[in-house]
Design a protein around this ligand. Sequence first.
Ligand SMILES: C[S@@+](CC[C@H](N)C(=O)[O-])C[C@H]1O[C@@H](n2cnc3c(N)ncnc32)[C@H](O)[C@@H]1O
Length: 342
Amino acid sequence: MGNYGRHVQTWSEAMEAALYGPNGFYRTNSPDQHFRTSANAGPLLAESLVALMVAIDEDLGHPNQLEIVDVGAGDGRLLSSLHHALPEELSTRTQATAVEVRPRPPDLPPGIGWQDGLPEQITGLLLALEFLDNVPCDVAQVESGELQLVEVDPSTAAEALARPISDEQAEWIARWWPISDEGDRVEIGLQRDQAWAGLVSHLDRGVAVAVDYGHTREERDSGVFDGGTLAGYREGRQVVPIPDGSCDITAHVAMDACAQAGLTAGADSGVLRRQSSALRTLGLDARRPPLELARTDPQAYSEGLARASHAAELLDPAGLGSFWWLMQPKACGPVFAGFNWS
Ligand SMILES: C[S@@+](CC[C@H](N)C(=O)[O-])C[C@H]1O[C@@H](n2cnc3c(N)ncnc32)[C@H](O)[C@@H]1O
């Protein structure tokens, strides 16, 4: 904690301005310029989501019109891949729509919708990949035995403790991330919970899926996140999170709190799994092609190797495979439930 000037903000105010304000990071930067995500790493994620979409279609009785809505779609690459990967008959009944604050990329296939707000009612698949970690959050810290709100100077990231937390924030912390040791920090997930509940409330029938780096109460209680997870990213590197618009500002998501918010917003249940587990359940595997294929069909062999290496990246327990998948069905039947979400 240092001295700071007049221009101080809470972390949620600073994140909002730094990411989405007039000079905000996401006004001028596409996520794929700065970091690799499951969505922009290649087409295999889309293939797995097709399996989910086929199940939803069956559960909903093959309706005439289905939607895939990707909230925080970045450059729209996942929707483009999904557009190509859906079976033709299902594709003709499916409208894919990106919800983004960024401008529509010029090379996006014309059939994919692009808008800055959610459709009123969604029947099908609602996606939010690495969206919730960019929803602003406030930070509180234990100081002299009390929880205090952390304020930040957006031009230097110098912090100070000045204000008590609100009753609502205190309730959230007590329920989801209780801390008491001097200097411990908590990133208050209220705005993420509200954002996720808002998305789920627009789902009429189908499944809402949030994919993000995050934590659950069990992990938080273990103390590994006590220092907080606020981070900055720019050009593939982790940088000091200075909220001046020069870098992405992010914090891990309390996924179990979001799951509860989704239930309150009308979801029937919440399935929370690591990406490695969710993708394996949806049929992804990283097996290499048999060696004899190298002799009989070298091109198929090299394509199989590339595919296996991409799958391994998505399943890597020390990387993208450790991300959480929160899946919340609404009025969706036994096919989704019938997946063995082990
Ligand atoms: C980290 S990027 C993730 C992009 C993509 N889903 C992926 O996984 O590669 C987060 C995206 O969410 C967008 N975003 C943030 N808040 C939004 C909002 N309220 N409405 C629409 N898009 C938003 C940002 O512009 C940014 O492109």
